[in-house]
Ligand binder design. Sequence first.
Ligand code: ADP
Length: 238
Amino acid sequence: MRLRINSVRRQAQESYLRQQRFVNDVSHELRTPLTIIRGYVDLLEACGADDPAIFKEAVTSIKNSAQNMQNLVESLLFLARADQGDQPLTKVPVDLDELIKRLIEDRNSPRVQVAKLMPCKILGDAEFLKKMFAAFLDNALRYSPPDKPVKISMTTAEKFATVQFIDKGIGITKDDCGKIFDRFYRTDKARTKTGSGESSVGLGLAVAKWIADRHDIEISVRSKPGEGSTFTLKIPTI
Ligand code: ADP
């Protein structure tokens, strides 16, 4: 009996700590864009409206900060719904090659290089899958220098397709590789790399992993700090 009470007490304590950490993380992530918005509004009030350069800088920064907050809120809502089992997927046959092609067109970046995409069908929710692939592609672009290409490769076997996102960027330590799918986790290198204009809150891979799990997609990471990373997705085909 005493053992059971201790275990219930420990669970309640853990849940309380998790909640505290969550509130702390969210508050921290909201503070930066709010401080930027506040700062630029003050600047505009003081002198900016008459100075086109200051006006342009303020509007750009306020827009970026608002976008960052919107991304944060959308990811939080997604994960909250997922936790409550209220994130329904509509699985239909999807052309994997077409989906990747559309994502690349959307990004419209000359840095994205893609080797041959072969026709291949998978069973899944196209919108969710696109969101998942976007997380890997956007990270590869974000965490590598702007003059370095990001490669996407695709191979197919009897029951699986393998898609890889390969960058020559900052890389991830072995220790961090085990943590990057945790909510709000960002490596120290990533924290110093992303400026105020870029949206980086450490939720993209948590969302991607949830989607991958719902589609039985296996994710593996190979990376070397300073040399780059390869994210490999093994996807069941139909
Ligand atoms: P974020 O919004 O910070 O990019 P993610 O959940 O997508 O959040 O990624 C979590 C962390 O994993 C990033 O902050 C970064 O430290 C690391 N990471 C993810 N992809 C890469 C990559 N391709 N190269 C280096 N680090 C990466």
